[in-house]
Design a protein around this ligand. Structure first.
Ligand SMILES: C[S@@+](CC[C@H](N)C(=O)[O-])C[C@H]1O[C@@H](n2cnc3c(N)ncnc32)[C@H](O)[C@@H]1O
Ligand code: SF4
Length: 367
């Protein structure tokens, strides 16, 4: 059985204006105590077999080199050497990924980097609240290659304030020329509570759709496989950790706000860094939420994740019994389409996926 190991590092130099991930600026003084807490939590699962590793954030690359070595020790001592995972991804931000850090990560055994670029346009980066320029990204990307990374993902966001189709496509073209093995392109989501939300920023959905459609055309033409709503990979370079998640596989999450899914139970740790550290120091559980998914909710969750994958779903008789009529309506409305054995998002459904996914989340409504 496949099982992922996710480690959350919630520290950022500055909070971006669109981001509602569990990440905090100005808390670097807690990183050492946080790593001690991680060591305690990891020890609770010592020996649990995990075959894929993903260290995400936040900004994991903000850690100093001695802190990265500490992280290496925690993983090796409780699970296995990083090089033994079938895939081991480390999330890095351009401003904090130096050549010596990239070399250390490579030496530690990481074989994949995921880099947040978001935009190739400095004015757009500034509006996003990013603290790097396009040039700084290029330097860190080259450093990653120089350090030996042969599998790199780069994230872009489409639909940014002031962004035009030309500026977006210009950036995409520059990225294509770097030949990253994997590219994620997300449509901007205005999340409640973020500065963008408070400023009342609204996305031009038609423009964003043109950007995403053109992304598909250009990347497919360049040999990338569009395998998940927002994800493209060169052959053999699909993200294994994320694919396991979309296939409803098990994963263990360590750290504040980290989610786990094991034995049908979904859990999430407290998102407060201070509380997480305090819990681990005093031997209390950091788990803030836990639920056992059963029946229709469990089947709905499986379908919601599975339909994100463009190859579609081979429906089981039970899934047809529970969701057949909803699925049929989405087929009639043109959001889902039937292939020989499977049902998958249609071209239209790709951009209106939330409409489809809503059918699989409780409370279940008849369409
Ligand atoms: C875990 S996040 C952050 C990774 C890394 N700290 C960074 O900023 O580069 C992963 C990706 O989600 C995307 N993302 C985050 N918030 C988003 C939003 N509100 N709308 C669209 N994409 C978003 C960004 O592309 C980001 O790189
Ligand atoms: S987008 Fe990345 S760098 Fe920006 S606040 Fe979120 S996690 Fe931190």
């Amino acid at each position: 059985m496949n099982r992922g190991l996710y480690i959350h590092l919630p520290f950022c130099k500055q909070k971006c204006n669109y981001c509602d991930f569990s990440s905090f600026a100005g808390q670097e003084q807690y990183i050492d105590a946080y790593l001690d807490a991680l060591a305690h939590e990891a020890a609770l699962y010592k020996g649990l077999e995990c075959n894929m590793l993903y260290v995400g954030g936040g900004t994991p690359s903000l850690l100093a080199e001695h802190q990265l070595r500490k992280l290496d020790k925690i993983i090796r001592k409780n699970f296995c050497p990083i090089a033994n995972f079938t895939e081991s991804t480390f999330e890095a931000n351009p401003e904090s990924l130096t050549l010596s850090k990239a070399a250390l990560l490579h030496e530690m055994g990481f074989d994949r980097l995921s880099m947040g670029l978001q935009s190739f346009n400095d004015a757009e980066l500034k509006i996003l609240g990013r603290i790097h320029t396009a040039e700084r990204f290029l330097q860190s990307y080259q450093a990653a290659r120089e350090a030996g990374f042969k599998n790199i993902n780069v994230d872009l966001i489409a639909g940014l304030p002031t962004q035009t189709l030309d500026s977006f496509l210009g950036g995409l073209q520059r990225l294509i020329e770097l030949h990253p093995e994997h590219i994620s392109v997300y449509g901007l989501q205005i999340e409640e509570g973020t500065p963008f939300f408070k400023q009342g920023i609204v996305c031009d959905q038609n423009l964003m759709r043109s950007m995403l459609e053109e992304t598909h055309n250009r990347l497919v033409e360049m040999g990338y496989e569009h395998y998940e709503i927002s994800n493209y990979a060169l052959p053999g370079r699909r993200a294994q950790h994320n694919t396991n998640y979309w296939q409803n596989g098990e994963y263990l999450g360590l750290g504040s706000a980290a989610a786990s899914y094991r034995n049908g139970v979904r859990r999430q740790n407290t998102s407060s860094v201070a509380e997480y550290i305090e819990c681990m120091e005093s031997g209390k559980t950091p788990i803030a939420f836990s639920e056992q998914l059963t029946g229709k909710a469990k089947e709905g969750e499986t379908l919601m994740l599975a339909f994100r994958q463009l190859e579609g779903v081979e429906l089981t008789p039970r899934q047809i019994a529970l969701f057949g009529s909803e699925i049929e309506k989405h087929i009639q409305n043109g959001l889902l389409t039937r292939t020989q054995k499977k049902v998958k998002l249609s071209k239209e459904g790709l951009y209106l996926a939330n409409e489809v996914m809503r059918s699989f989340v409780a409370p279940f409504e008849e369409l």
